[in-house]
Design a protein around this ligand. Structure first.
Ligand code: AFP
Length: 339
């Protein structure tokens, strides 16, 4: 294929979207462009991880109590350094760091940024898809040094969210509230080209994604729902097939494109994670924005809309049920007794 025929680059797409909002100053476009540069650098390192010194653990544990991988450290530093001096952000938070991250003095912008630098990083060493997830809010203290309160906003206040998945190809998927658009990186040119315009999640699917090894610790409603998915009923397309990668960004991406429901409910396995495993600010909230913009839905296992939850802590965990709208609606009916 001739390269010119790839068409719209992500930069042009961002600028075209900006033109739809005459009040826009270009700051959000600038922020997204800077993030994309960081993502390209991470993509280049991920693609060659097996050749350099990037596989394996960095020898420390993060705020989540998880072993930090060397690529986690690289991705975190890369995003942090670039975004701290870009002039569009007033304060940041990373899944890898305990405290909010200030930006360079004098470079404060009007947005906040929450990011998971490398989601699914336990999959790095085995060459399975991983990704970077991001979420952007308007800071209350626009143009001033931001504070933690600026970061503790519900998902419904997001102005942009997205992820970069480092998979069989590197893809960027993002929304600014005008639908969800996907771009594929041509590594020979170093450019993301629009490959998946206006992504719509299938309304109903035949796939479920869950860590079934946790089933001894599930609540009864979860058992009943999964049994329902596995029961034979030709008319409603059951049994569903299971697909679980263990990188949320990869499981979500699969379900976004092919349809599916992902569940990580509360369980009794680890008292430290009694409220669920996944992080609200870095995982659940940005993916909920994308799911909703693509026609899907995201709730907790007691029927709360993810986008409505006001975070009380930077590293708050939530139960997450996300995916094709009708599948989430059916799951909700099983969990109704918990609400
Ligand atoms: P890591 O980034 O530490 O690998 O965690 C990944 C994750 O938060 C999310 O991406 C997965 O969906 C989930 O954990 C997998 O958790 P289980 O290993 O408990 O199934």
């Amino acid at each position: 294929m001739i390269k010119e025929s790839y068409g719209i680059t992500v930069s042009r797409h961002i600028l075209d979207s900006q033109r739809l909002h005459p009040e826009a100053t270009g700051d959000l476009s600038g922020l997204l462009s800077e993030l994309i540069v960081a993502a390209k650098t991470i993509s280049a390192e991920v693609n060659m991880a097996g050749l350099g010194d990037f596989l394996g653990q960095a020898g420390k544990t993060n705020i989540q109590g998880e072993k930090v991988q060397k690529l986690d450290v690289f991705a975190n530093q890369n995003i942090k350094r670039r975004m701290a001096s870009c002039g569009y952000v007033s304060i940041m938070t990373s899944e890898e760091e305990a405290d909010a991250i200030p930006v360079v003095a004098g470079q404060e912008g009007k947005y906040t940024l929450a990011f998971d630098p490398l989601d699914g990083s336990s999959n790095i060493d085995v060459n399975v898809s991983i990704g970077t997830i991001f979420s952007v809010h308007r800071a209350h203290s626009g143009g001033q040094p931001g504070c933690e309160v600026d970061l503790l906003q519900p998902g419904k206040n997001q102005v942009a969210a997205g992820y970069i998945i480092y998979g069989s190809s590197t893809m960027l998927v993002y929304t600014t509230g005008d639908g969800v658009h996907g771009f594929t990186l041509d590594p020979t040119v170093g450019e993301f080209y629009l490959s998946h315009p206006d992504i719509r999640m299938p309304e109903r699917s035949k796939y479920y994604s869950v860590n079934e090894g946790n089933s001894p610790f599930w609540h009864p409603e979860m058992h009943r729902y999964i049994e329902y998915l596995k029961a034979v009923d030709k008319q409603s397309g059951r049994p569903y097939s299971a697909r679980y990668i263990g990188s949320l960004v990869a499981d979500f991406h699969r379900n976004l494109i092919a349809g599916g429901i992902f569940l990580y409910p509360r369980d009794t396995k680890n008292p430290a994670k009694a409220g669920g495993k996944l992080r609200l600010l870095y995982e659940a909230s940005p993916l909920a924005f994308i799911a909703e913009q693509a026609g899907g839905r995201a709730i907790t296992d007691d029927g709360r809309e993810i986008m409505e939850i006001v975070p009380s802590d930077l590293h708050q965990r939530v139960p997450l049920i996300i995916g094709s709208r009708q599948d989430v609606d059916i799951a909700e009916s099983f969990f109704a007794s918990r609400s």
